[in-house]
Design a protein around this ligand. Structure first.
Ligand SMILES: O=C(O)CCC(=O)C(=O)O
Ligand SMILES: [Fe+2]
Length: 212
């Protein structure tokens, strides 16, 4: 799987920009507000449509017992694979200095499969249930951004580990990769509602990401 994804890197989109932690932009909030604070984000992302139908990674994503296993584990009544043509199944390939800035995901659950590990850095850091649908908990988000929070955990992922997280409530990031080995993860997106498509804001973002 790692070899296949590595071979796709020349056609992958390169993201190299600052990002806010949220899906929606709120330009009316003050610049220092956690909703507007940005963090560096740098990686190659192999998009859904760039991963072939007979790829082992897609075979795993399409495998019904895995979806059903995750549904039961999460305790949800319904659990669907995303239908986004770009972001349903992707892979991120991160080299030296690449990182994923603090953010919440736009879908309910992400399942990542670590395929290649970096020598150092590239750690998945997270704060479970930092926000709820009722409460954004901006003070706690600001504390994480300032580096002073004692709620940040780090998943010690080894190659082949499955990492399942509620990315819409769990603030998370990937720390900068150190050393010459790339970090490669497969990313599987799920939602409790059927037919997820990440929609216009994501697509606009995606256009920005595409190489000129
Ligand atoms: O690379 C990872 O481990 C997590 C990636 C992630 O958070 C995302 O793609 O939204
Ligand atoms: Fe994420």
């Amino acid at each position: 799987m790692a070899d296949e994804l590595e071979a796709r890197v020349p056609m992958a989109s390169r993201y190299e920009d600052e990002r806010i932690a949220y899906i929606d932009y709120k330009p009316d909030l003050p610049k220092e507000h956690p909703h507007r604070v940005t963090h560096p984000c740098r990686y190659h992302q192999v998009l859904n449509h760039q991963i072939s139908n007979d790829s082992p990674l897609r075979t795993l994503y399409s495998w019904e017992p895995l979806r059903e296993f995750l549904r039961r584990m999460m305790g949800y009544d319904t659990f669907y694979r995303s239908e986004c043509p770009h972001l349903a199944l992707t892979a991120k390939v991160a080299g030296k200095g690449d990182t994923d800035g603090w953010h919440f995901d736009g879908n309910d659950v992400v399942f990542s499969l670590l395929l290649r590990a970096s020598e150092g850095g590239g750690r998945f850091e997270y704060v479970p249930n930092l926000r709820t649908p009722e409460c954004e908990n901006y003070d706690a988000v600001a504390e994480v951004f300032s580096g002073a929070s004692n709620r940040v955990r780090c998943a010690d992922l080894k190659i082949g580990d499955l990492n399942v997280f509620q990315g819409d409530q769990t603030l998370h990031r990937v720390s900068p990769v150190e050393g010459d080995h790339q970090r490669i993860v497969g990313l599987f997106s799920y939602d409790r509602e059927p037919g997820t498509n990440f929609g216009v804001p994501y697509i606009a973002d995606l256009r920005r990401r595409l190489p000129a």
